[in-house]
Ligand binder design. Structure first.
Ligand code: NAD
Length: 517
């Protein structure tokens, strides 16, 4: 699928007149930044202005094959490097990423639209995975057992798979590639990254840093595009594993097509994250947390808190939530003091507006309506102000669909049990949170809720890299999750060696029965 943005007529004119001079995003193949020879380009527009920022190539098949050849060649030598060499690469990489946080964040704000502070968080959450990878020597240790039988020992190693691939979404242009290649590399693999065609700039900057710290050519290659690149990755026989993060449609497709071709696939997909608010919660804190988690990044986080279930008396808090959300400043992400930036594209904006309208049509009330927000300095941006839909019922489309915009759906429940039932009936299982000051309510919730990442007075419970990102049910296909121990297991295969070293006792006869030691 080639994504073409339908811009207003003025912007099409702008696009045409700039397109000859617009910079193009480079491929990164065998350690070199190269111009694609493609004739197909995807315009990448600044979400705050819809002006052209760069043109992203739809990588040709020949170029993708060159990338795989490079990755295969690099694997031969990279997989034989010592663990310390790989660990030292990560130590150097973490230092230069830390040095360049602001530079990478500026690129993210320009291409993706989020605020600079939020973009820095995007880089830092990825950097934490690099930091964790610096413990490669410990993380890669296998298992061993001496004397499992007389004179017999067992040892198992975690070994690389070969060429791996990562397919990334638009909403965390630095963090998600950094969930992938650092762990794949320390295990001795090489990796081909396909960043989102909507904001590949952060990945390209990370490749510059890999070159700066002396990563050998071909250890990471970057190709661009959308469906054709994804199909190539799913089908190529030399690619052994695929890490995918993105929406359901592509995630299920890649999981099935990759697995049908014998690859291991981990597929992180969409979400509808619920926050249950009990009346015994600290009101001020809970409201601030809900508003921040619903509208931060303009709601374009897979762990955005997009549904609040108000239990009992907490249903009286809607005016306070509306008042707090109304105060958030909608503006370009590059402007100081912005709380809510634009959404990624005019199409995304249209989809969000459609879902707000359908919610109202189906019976929701809209005490805070951001549909006609005016951002004077950026009249062509994809802005939507914070929006509340209340009285939402599970059958409504605005509840069934992932809105992925600055919209908080508010539902009501009489009891904690009823609220948990709503959460558990939703097909997604990425995250869920409870706001309460009662330990036994919190305990009941954490035991009974069917979600992979659970917060108690923590609205966005994304685990740190020493754990794993454990979305469940409809939010995940696969068995081994991203980063942490599971991430490393995903990028490794186990070789188990059983050795018998016995002196001076020749076997007296062939043993034809199954050995039981
Ligand atoms: P997306 O699925 O549109 O794109 C993700 C990747 O898949 C891109 O690289 C894109 O080129 C490719 N792609 C898109 N459509 C395709 C198709 N039809 N066939 C083959 N490839 C295709 O996702 P997005 O809009 O970039 O990202 C937002 C989505 O990602 C949201 O649903 C969000 O919840 C999800 N997400 C999930 C997590 C998580 O960890 N669960 C994290 C971040 C984002």
């Amino acid at each position: 699928m080639l994504l073409r943005l339908t811009a207003p007529p003025l912007l099409n004119t702008l696009k045409r007149s700039y397109s000859n001079v617009a910079p193009t995003t480079k491929l990164f193949i065998d350690g070199q930044f190269v111009d694609s020879k493609t004739s197909e380009w995807i315009d990448l527009n600044d979400p705050a202005t819809n002006e052209l920022v760069t043109r992203v190539p739809v990588t040709t098949t020949t170029e993708m094959e060159t990338a795989v050849e490079s990755s295969k060649r690099a694997f031969d030598s990279w997989s034989r490097t010592s663990v310390l060499t790989r660990q030292q690469l990560m130590l150097k990489l973490q230092a230069v990423i830390r040095r360049d946080i602001k530079k990478i964040a500026e690129n993210i704000t320009r291409e993706q639209g989020k605020t600079l502070a939020d973009a820095e968080g995007d880089v830092i959450r990825g950097l934490q995975v690099v930091e964790h990878s610096c413990a490669a020597g410990t993380l890669l240790q296998g298992e061993s057992l001496q004397s499992i039988s007389k004179d017999m020992d067992i040892v198992s190693y975690k070994l690389p798979l070969g060429v791996t691939a990562g397919i990334c979404p638009f909403n965390f242009p630095a963090m998600i590639p950094l969930w992938m290649f650092p762990l794949s590399l320390i295990a001795g693999n090489t990796m081909i990254i396909k960043p989102s065609e909507r904001d590949p700039g952060a990945t390209v900057l990370l490749m510059e840093l890999l070159n700066e710290v002396g990563c050998p050519p071909g250890v990471v290659n970057v190709i661009h595009g959308s469906r054709s690149a994804v199909n190539f990755i799913c089908d190529n026989k030399d690619i052994k594993a695929i890490s995918f993060v993105g929406a359901d449609q592509a995630g299920k497709y890649i999981y099935e097509r990759g697995a049908a071709n014998g690859k291991r696939v981990q597929s992180n997909m969409g979400a509808k994250n619920h926050g249950i608010v009990l009346p015994d919660a600290d009101k001020e804190t809970a409201i601030n947390q809900i508003v921040g988690a619903a509208f931060g990044a303009a709601g374009q986080r897979c762990m955005a808190l997009s549904v609040a279930i108000l239990v009992g008396e907490a249903q009286q808090w809607i005016p306070d939530i509306a008042e707090r959300a109304k105060r958030l400043k909608v503006n370009a992400g590059s402007e100081p003091g912005t709380d809510v930036g634009p959404v990624i594209s005019p199409q995304a904006k249209q989809k969000i507006l459609r879902l707000i309208e359908s919610g109202i049509r189906e019976g929701a009330k809209c005490p805070l309506d951001g549909r006609n927000v005016v951002v004077e300095k950026y009249p062509n941006g994809n802005f939507i102000g914070p929006t509340l839909l209340t009285d939402v019922l599970p059958a409504y489309e605005c509840y069934r669909e992932e809105i992925f915009g600055p919209v908080l759906c508010i539902m009501s429940a009489d009891t904690l049990e009823d609220a948990i039932k709503i959460v558990n009936s939703n097909p997604y299982g990425n995250g869920a949170a409870i706001f309460t000051s009662n330990g036994s309510h919190a305990r009941q919730f954490t035991h009974e809720v069917d979600a992979g990442q659970v917060g108690v007075n923590v609205p966005i419970p994304v685990p740190l890299p020493m754990f794993s990102f454990t979305g469940s049910r409809g939010s995940f296909h696969g068995d081994l999750h991203f980063y942490g121990k599971q991430g490393l297991n995903f990028y490794t295969q186990t070789k188990t060696i059983t050795s018998l070293w016995r002196r001076g006792q020749a076997a007296s006869a062939p043993s034809v029965a199954m050995p039981v030691h």
